[in-house]
Design a protein around this ligand. Structure first.
Ligand code: TRP
Length: 336
């Protein structure tokens, strides 16, 4: 049986990039045979960079609402908040004690997130990958769908698990998870700079389409999206060196569930303005049911809170026995 675990942080709003690059795949995975999917909102990770205690609960609900609105079905998949299952924190500590600084020092995301003044970065940010390893290993996860930027963390998780199995448990205790790299073909880039990833934390809101944007805003953002002086490319060769043109075609193809070739076959040679109109229509068409569903869920949080609570019980039912075994292996004390 396959067990899939993935998560997103409740920081900033989710974007079209999160939908096309991740959520759409998550939805597909929940219908695969013999597969259990666990999708977490990683609020413990969110406090590694800022402690917005006033906003975090709503942000967590909003990300869970986005999962559901995108098509993750709480009847098929487990959708829960990381903080609700205390074993994440417990195992995170234990694995942190087994993760050499030498391994952590190789993590490129820490370097990016810590910025210039590393003295100000928290211990939590530094140890982030050990908590992520705990998330994955607690569920004996077999597959971890992530973007390219998280591959290094999943590889570190494999190293931590292997080391734990050999040196501590002296048996195959943790399942060694496989990274599943998503979104290579559908890598959504900034609308302002085709060489930078569409990011929920980038400064300019015009660089991204948020899952909460209304139709007018989507139309406006696509209209203003950067292009070049040429016409819409007709084949792959023609978009080489034209990252903005390539990006719009990628977005269109992903939203329409078709190939870039087909899109270029239809729009190649036309003015960008015409193509952008078609793209706005498509984008509004695909996103507005999601936006509506998200709004409904957020308007009365009773339902989302119930889903999160039920799912946390299901998650705990898997994680707690594993955690209990870890405690035994470690020689730690459990309350009878
Ligand atoms: N680090 C991931 C990110 O920022 C989020 C995350 C936390 C995660 N724990 C995870 C992803 C476990 C996959 C599996 O995108």
């Amino acid at each position: 049986m396959k067990r899939i675990f993935s998560g997103m942080q409740p920081t900033n709003r989710l974007t079209l990039g999160n939908y096309l690059g991740a959520l759409k795949n998550w939805v597909k995975m929940q219908d695969e045979a013999d597969t259990q999917c666990i999708y977490c909102v990683v609020d413990l990770h969110a406090i590694t960079v800022s402690q917005d205690t006033a906003g975090i609960k709503t942000a967590t609900r909003e990300v869970a609402a986005a999962y559901i609105a995108a098509g993750v079905d709480p009847k098929k998949s487990i959708i829960f908040a990381q903080s609700a299952v205390t074993a994440h924190s417990q195992l995170g500590w234990i694995l942190g004690c087994m993760t050499p600084l030498g391994w952590l020092n190789r993590m490129t995301q820490f370097k990016d997130k810590a910025g210039k003044d590393k003295e100000k970065a928290s211990l939590g940010l530094y140890g982030y990958p050990a908590l992520m390893a705990a998330d994955i290993l607690l569920y004996q996860t077999t597959h971890v769908p992530v973007g390219d930027d998280q591959k290094q963390h999943v590889e570190l998780t494999r190293d931590i698990a292997t080391s734990f199995n050999i040196h501590i448990a002296k048996k195959d205790f943790f399942t060694i998870p496989e990274p599943v790299i998503m979104g290579d073909a559908t890598r959504v880039m900034s609308l302002r700079d085709g060489t930078a990833k569409m990011s929920k934390s980038a400064e300019s809101d015009m660089s991204r389409i948020n899952l909460t944007d209304d139709a007018d805003l989507i139309v406006q953002k696509i209209k203003k999206a950067k292009t070049d002086a040429g016409v819409v490319p007709s084949n792959e060769g023609e978009y080489e060196g034209r990252p903005e043109a390539k990006n719009l075609i990628t977005i269109y193809a992903a939203l329409a569930d078709t190939s870039k070739e087909k899109v270029m076959g239809e729009y190649g040679g036309q003015q960008f303005s015409a193509f952008k109109n078609a793209l706005s229509d498509l984008c509004v068409d695909k996103l507005s049911p999601m936006t509506t569903r998200m709004r409904e869920l957020m308007a009365d949080v009773g339902e989302i809170d119930r889903i999160l609570a039920d799912s946390a019980d299901k998650a705990a039912a898997i994680a707690e026995p594993v955690m209990s075994d870890v405690m035994d292996v470690m020689g730690f004390w459990k309350r009878p």
